[in-house]
Design a binder for this molecule. Structure first.
Ligand SMILES: NC(=O)c1ccc[n+]([C@@H]2O[C@H](COP(=O)([O-])OP(=O)(O)OC[C@H]3O[C@@H](n4cnc5c(N)ncnc54)[C@H](OP(=O)(O)O)[C@@H]3O)[C@@H](O)[C@H]2O)c1
Length: 239
């Protein structure tokens, strides 16, 4: 990897993000892990990422500071791995005093802020945006509609992007308990294994779940792949 590469990881504390930081550092890339000050486990991640040789950045969202920070840092790769879940947003909304967490205030607002900041970097970095399977215009599913809005913002604003649409992201190393996703992935993977045995390998590869480490390897590989520029990558290309 070239010594001039700088990766900025937004959502670094998440299941995908922490694996992306690890993967980037394993490849010797200068990595700036964004961890917000209010993050529940700020100290844990500050220590863990520092041990990996990553730099911690806690520039606050929502104040224009992220734009200034990226303009100064000049990253060559930006990873957008942020998001809330319906259950988490509902939980956190009870305690929130300012803007209530939701797909709109987290997924859309923060990722589009990151898009605006990326646009100000003098040499366009590759923007790797983690979206989701099933994202399409006109969907009635609120989560996928959110993803479509984000994808549209990325495509319209940036010159160099890669959008990735995995199915369930789960694995034994995901610490947070997500019953719906875990059961959905386990049942789905079994059904898909059977379908695959009967020849439906395309469906199996597109819809089966992926672990954080496997996804991180694919995201980092794609970030450095010229042929992935301006492409939507489906799950079967992540294996
Ligand atoms: N999980 C799946 O099966 C799946 C499938 C397809 C696509 N996706 C999408 O992929 C992305 C990453 O998924 P993941 O499972 O790795 O996510 P995750 O583990 O839930 O991590 C989410 C990240 O977003 C940050 N975040 C959440 N609320 C925030 C807020 N109010 N302000 C600032 N940052 C906030 C978290 O930071 P803190 O630690 O500071 O809270 C964390 O770094 C998400 O956008 C998700 O929609 C997920």
């Amino acid at each position: 990897m070239s010594a001039s590469e700088i990766a900025f990881v937004a959502g670094a504390t998440g299941y995908t993000g922490r694996n992306v930081v690890k993967e980037l550092r394993a490849r010797g890339v200068r990595t700036v892990a964004h961890v917000r000050r209010e993050s529940k486990e700020f100290e844990r991640w500050r220590r863990a990422f520092t041990e990996l040789g990553a730099e911690i950045d806690s520039t606050p969202w929502g104040s224009g500071a992220i734009e200034a920070r990226l303009a100064e840092l000049r990253p060559t790769k930006v990873f957008a791995l942020l998001g809330t879940t319906w259950a988490r947003a509902r939980r956190e909304a009870m305690a929130a005093t300012g803007a209530k967490p939701s797909y709109a205030t987290v997924d859309v607002a923060l990722t589009t802020e990151l898009v605006r900041a990326t646009k100000l970097v003098p040499v366009a970095p590759r923007f790797v945006c983690l979206s989701s399977i099933g994202t399409r215009p006109g969907t009635r599913n609120p989560y996928r509609e959110t993803r479509w809005r984000i994808e549209t913002a990325v495509r319209e604003a940036l010159a160099d992007w890669t959008i990735v649409r995995p199915s369930y992201i789960t694995g034994p190393d995901r610490e947070e308990r997500r019953v719906g996703e875990t059961v959905g992935a386990a049942v789905g993977d079994r059904v898909l294994a059977v379908l695959g045995a009967f020849g439906a390998t395309h469906w199996r590869e597109r819809y089966r779940s992926i672990t954080g480490p496997d996804l991180a390897r694919a995201l980092v590989r794609l970030a450095f792949d010229d042929t992935a520029r301006g492409r939507v990558i489906h799950a079967e290309e992540l294996r």
